[in-house]
Write a protein that binds this ligand. Structure first.
Ligand code: HEC
Length: 485
């Protein structure tokens, strides 16, 4: 244990470190539209120590500029006002939390507690327990929708697509693919072998844009390494469906290297208007090796032709040692990819570490920063990187703090939902709802949480009939959203 003199010395050193860091902290605050008050710090009389200033000066270095470490936290010592007060005043020296009884008056500590409590209150809006919906009618700002159950019995419906006559194809992460007709749920045969476990298994499914002509169906999955069945890689096979049996299989893409970690497969697929296929691949939980290096496929979004060949104008075709399918890099685990119906741009969202799920517009050759810049924090509550921005790295269009576990993404490209036209929809695994985002140009100007408590929302699609379909898991349901007039 330290004696009091040593503690004072440590505090003095810390205050000095904080003061030195301060210029940098203020710069970052100034860039950040969300902390408007704090952004005025430079203009405020330095003798007026508001809680925002005290927080920025004394706490942000360890707990994050946006209280990142407190948002969505498993509190060790409780989160009541008294608990926070005690922590700040007396510290937990053994754990590395300094005591501030010499730095602050009791009033200043109380103000700081209020400031932190307000700052983390935004997390609570995600918990819908008190708003449990007993019916299947969900009002929203723009219109009310009713849920119509389309399918039950698929445990983890990961991907959805629609055959021209209206039947639904549904993947089950466990390794199966089903066809849901108006009458029955039929298991399809001769599907690819998958490594089912963790986050891997049978994943996304898409029809070729000229499906009626060529019959190709694209399936993404965790493919076993032929030399070591414990390892898997995000792969895409295309095949044709005849009488509920797949045939003509062609594996057109495999994201190397294989890994024994059953995490961060990514795996969403989307065709753009010109027929390029975009494929998201997660970092396979190897953040220090994969996402920033072009010599592997993981932590990237790829662009390939429908047969898996590489477009001549892909950004890294001339780069020695680079994987030629790479279109953008520095991604963590993108679980949503969708084309904007008006601009044709590819949008994507990805999971941040804890807090910091992002929405990005995917541009050729761009670096999206993971893990160098991030709005997230480590699972142990420490800030992961001080940096949220860096020259040469793209800023997200939007990010979620806390992390919602974004999964599945689509634009509302039909006119059945007045007020939702061209809105961007993202599922939330963690908070069990659907996020509606109003997009203007390249910006998101408004969001609303739809379908509170619907279930772990895995995927969302607009069918050829113009209706929005969502799939939730455990128990697995596919619902159609029917607008009420
Ligand atoms: C030198 C780094 C550092 C600084 C500066 C710092 N803290 Fe801490 N704080 C910690 C550590 C380490 C813990 C222990 C818990 C953990 O491991 O995250 C902690 C714990 C806490 C806790 C208890 C959390 C819980 O889970 O119960 C609170 C509240 C807290 N700090 C508030 C503050 C406030 C307010 C400031 C600014 C006045 C501040 N801290 C400054 C490192 C720091």
């Amino acid at each position: 244990m330290y004696n009091r003199k040593q503690i004072m010395l440590i505090i003095a050193a810390l205050v000095l470190v904080c003061a030195c860091q301060r210029a940098g902290v203020l710069d970052q605050l100034r860039d950040d539209g969300q902390i408007v008050e704090s952004s005025q710090i430079a203009l405020i009389d330095q003798s007026v120590k508001t809680p925002a200033i005290n927080y920025a000066e004394y706490c942000s270095g360890c707990h994050g500029i946006k209280m990142d470490a407190f948002v969505d936290r498993k509190w060790k010592h409780g989160k009541t006002d008294q608990d926070l007060y005690k922590a700040i005043k007396y510290g937990y020296e053994d754990e590395g939390m300094p005591a501030y009884d010499v730095s602050f008056s009791d009033q200043e500590i109380e103000d700081l507690v209020d400031f932190i409590q307000e700052g983390i209150a935004n997390v609570d809006e995600y918990y819908f327990e008190n708003r449990q919906n007993k019916s299947n009618v969900y009002p929203s700002e723009a219109l009310t929708v009713m849920l119509d159950t389309v399918s039950t019995g698929v445990a983890v419906p990961w991907g959805l697509t629609f055959l021209p006559k209206g039947d639904l194809l549904i993947t089950d992460r466990s390794g199966k693919i089903y066809r849901q007709s108006a009458e029955a749920l039929i298991e399809l045969t001769t599907v690819p072998d998958v490594v089912a476990g963790g986050q891997g298994g049978m994943l996304d499914i898409e029809l070729h844009p000229d499906y009626e002509v060529n019959g190709w169906i694209y399936i993404s999955y965790a493919q076993p390494n032929p030399e070591n069945g414990e390892e898997s890689a995000t792969s895409i096979v295309r095949a044709r469906l005849r009488d509920n049996e797949f045939s003509d299989h062609e594996v057109i893409f495999t994201a190397l290297p294989y890994s024994s970690r059953k995490l961060h497969f990514g795996c969403r697929m989307e065709f753009d208007r010109e027929g390029y296929l975009y494929v998201s691949v997660g970092d396979r939980f190897n953040r220090d090796v994969n996402p920033q290096s072009l010599d592997n496929h993981c932590g990237k979004i790829h662009r390939i032709h429908d047969d898996g060949s590489i477009p001549d104008d892909n950004p890294f075709v001339e780069t020695a040692g680079a994987m030629h399918s790479i279109y953008s890099y520095g991604h963590r685990n993108p679980q949503g990819v969708a084309m904007h119906p008006q601009t044709g741009a590819i949008w994507s969202h990805e999971h941040g570490p804890r807090g910091g799920d992002e929405i990005n517009i995917i541009k050729k050759s761009k670096n999206y920063g993971w893990p160098v810049v991030s709005y997230g924090i480590n699972y142990n509550g420490t800030t992961f990187t001080e940096k949220t921005q860096q020259e040469g790295m793209e800023d997200p269009v939007m990010y979620w703090l806390p992390s919602i576990g974004a999964c599945g993404m689509t634009f509302v490209n039909s006119d059945l939902y007045p007020g939702w036209e061209n809105n961007l929809l993202s599922g939330s695994l963690r908070f069990k709802y659907l996020e509606r985002a109003v997009v203007e140009g390249d910006n998101i100007v408004h969001t609303e949480k739809l379908l509170p408590n619907i279930g772990r929302l895995r995927t969302v699609e607009v069918g050829p009939d113009g209706y929005i379909y969502v799939a939730v898991e455990d128990p697995g349901y596919v619902f159609r959203l029917v607008p009420q007039s």
